[in-house]
Each structure stands twice: as structure tokens, then as C-alpha cells.
Write a protein that binds this ligand. Sequence first.
Ligand code: HAM
Length: 405
Amino acid sequence: MESWQRIETIARRLFRLYGYGEVRTPILENTELFSRTIGTETDIVQKEMYSIADSKGKNFSLRPEGTAPVVRAYLQHGLFHDGQIDKLYYIGPMFRRERPQKGRYRQFHQIGAEVLGSDHPAIEAEVIDMLSLFLQEVGFTSGELLINSVGDSQCRPSYIKQLKKEIDNHLSEFCSDCRRRSNVNPLRVLDCKSPSCQPLIEQLPSILDYLCHECRQHFDEFRHYLDLYEISYRVEPRLVRGLDYYIRTTFEMVDERIGPTQNAILGGGRYDGLSELLGGPNEKGFGFALGIERLALLLSDEKKVIQDYQRPQPDIFLAHLDKPSFEECLKIVQQLRSQQISAYLDFEPRSLKAQMRLANRLKTRYVCVVGLNEIDSGTFSIKRMSDGSEISVKLEAIAEHVKEK
Ligand code: HAM
């Protein structure tokens, strides 16, 4: 949790700098939201969703991703406005029924961000710039950025036609999933994770050779802005991503330590048209999501996260001698905490010696023993644990003393 919190804290602070506000959507959504946007032929919709029917037979699914819910919420609440860009981020659990293994879980957590309302390639580069800074701050410096363009409704159909033709030429050599995909959605073949299909996929035509003028220009400009930010990348023409809603720019950051095939720590792209699929206006969108578990895993590989849980260290430990002093301590602790001092009080009727042992174990910075004398005089002796020095202070001065030192 310490390393997760570090990752999340850095994300929240940095995303805010770039103008993102937080959005929280429900864990359960209509199943249709995902099948319509992610695509009925994707692995996610075909085999990975956890779905339930309620008592009226309506189907809901645990969200497998966050983009469709964000756009759904945006439409539902009428938040699209002409000429306005909105930047939103989310942190939360997602669910996919995959085979669990290192870096792949059925409940996992994403940090994601979406920019709604712009199709400018510079905003895409800005998102990647934000990610680079984020990864740098959390201490992840390996990883390779892959980029691609998957074209749009103008140019993709002719590519898909050619793709299908070439898949069909070797159809019997592909896995059974790919044989089916070749008929219904050939693009998904490029996304197949089966090792036996990989050499065949290598031989398939590149979508980059089929881009229309507008998509080619968009991609060139995107690359130009990445260069401007001095962000290095590799163009990977097979990068179509496992969700159908993408058009034009797609990207992933990969690290082979996660695994040979599913090795992305983050992925994203452009999804103009997703809003229309949901019955809304033709709105633009671009974003990404990052797997927190995968990032934490790689950071722990590099010994950049706190390996063991560290109990928060108290500023001051209050030791009590009997019931009246225990009750006095309750009040003192309450007062100290209201002054932002982390005070610790033991609830068991332990001897003073046992309390001191506990105080040592907790690595408290100060100890204060509270007995009848202290209560009567209103003066307390504060012992600094690092050097054993003691000082007498009035009750009101305890917080100030502990804070100062
Ligand atoms: P995605 O590539 O499906 O994209 O997931 C993003 C990231 O979530 C992956 O790169 C990976 O780190 C993590 N992830 C996915 N599945 C698992 C799993 N089973 N266990 C652990 N981590 C996993 C999306 O979800 C898109 N919504 C991203 C996006 C946002 N595109 C545009 N905006």
C-alpha cells in the first residue's frame, strides 16, 4: 500500500498540473455499454467480462475498463460543450476474466486519463509527455514507447479487405480464434496473443501503408510533437490494441519483464466516434490507462518501492500508570492529534516497562509518562528517544515542543 499510495499521490499531483480533474464512475455498468464500444469480437467482450442479470433480467457487467464509462457519464450529464476541452483522470479497480499470472489479475487497478473535445495531435503528445514525467517521478525509467496509427473509417476498410485476403491465404495455420476473427473482424488477428500466430502476423500487411491523407498527416504531426518534447518511441504497425473503439493514434509502453506477449504497462489512443456509438454527438477523445500492479511490480524489481510495510511512526507515545492517568491520556492524545501531532496511546493495562518496550518497537520520537503528579502539576516530562534527553513542559506546550524538534 505504501508504494501504491506513492504512485497515486504522484499521479494526482502531476495530473492536476496538466489540468486534469478526477472523475469516478460506477463499478457496474450496463453490459451493452462495453459490448458496443469495446467491440463484440474483442477478447474482453467475448470472454473476459463478469456479467450479471438483475431481477428484471437487465444485464450489468463489472467494468473491464474506464474509457466507455467516462464518455457515458459525460454524455448522460450533458457535459460536452462546443470548443471546450475537458481533461479527466480516474483511479480504480477494473475486472477481466483472464488467466491470472504475474502482472495479470482478474481484479486489477488502473490510473487512466481522458481528454475530451480535441482531435489535435499535439494534445496526444502532451498526454505522453505527462506520462513520461509521471514515470520519471515514480522512478520507472525503462520501458519502450510504441506508437501506431490504426486509420479511420475512410482508409481502414481497404486495409481490412487486404488483411483478410492475406489471412485467408494461410487460414489453416492460424489458431481457431483467428480463423473466426478473420471472418468477423480481421483487425483483431493482429492482436492475437497465441505464440503460434506471431510469425504469421509478422508477415501480414502494415496498416501504415494504407492510411488516407488525413490520417497520414495526423500521424506525422503527432510524431513531430513527440520529437518536439524529445520523447523517444518506436513505430509498431501491428499495434492495434485490444479494443475496437480506436481510430488513428494508438500507443503502448511495454516492458518484457512483465511477460513475452502481454507486456504493456500502459496503453491508449484516440477514440473519436465512441460518443456517437453511444448515441451522442460526434465528439473527440484521447486517453490512456496504466496498470498499477504492473508498474508496482517493475518498480519492486528495481528496488524502487518500499518492500516491507512500514507502520507509521508516532511523534509521541503517551505512557499511563493507572486508570485515571489513562483517561487523562485519552484527552491529551485527542488534543495533540487536533494539532497535527501523531500521538500513540496503548489501550492494554500493561506495566510501564512493557509500554516502554512497545514505544521502542514503534520507533516513536518522544515518550511522555503521565501519572498523578503530572496531572496535578500540569507539567509533563517529554523524553527524546534519539538521545534520552528530557524536558519539562506545560500541557499546552507539548505539541509545540514535539513539532519544533
Ligand atoms: P488496456 O490496454 O486494455 O486499455 O489496459 C490498460 C492497462 O491496464 C494495460 O496496459 C495493463 O497495464 C493494465 N491491465 C489490463 N488488463 C490487466 C490485467 N488483467 N491485470 C493487470 N493489469 C491489466 C484500456 O483499458 C483503455 N481503456 C485505455 C484507454 C484510455 N484508451 C483510451 N483511454
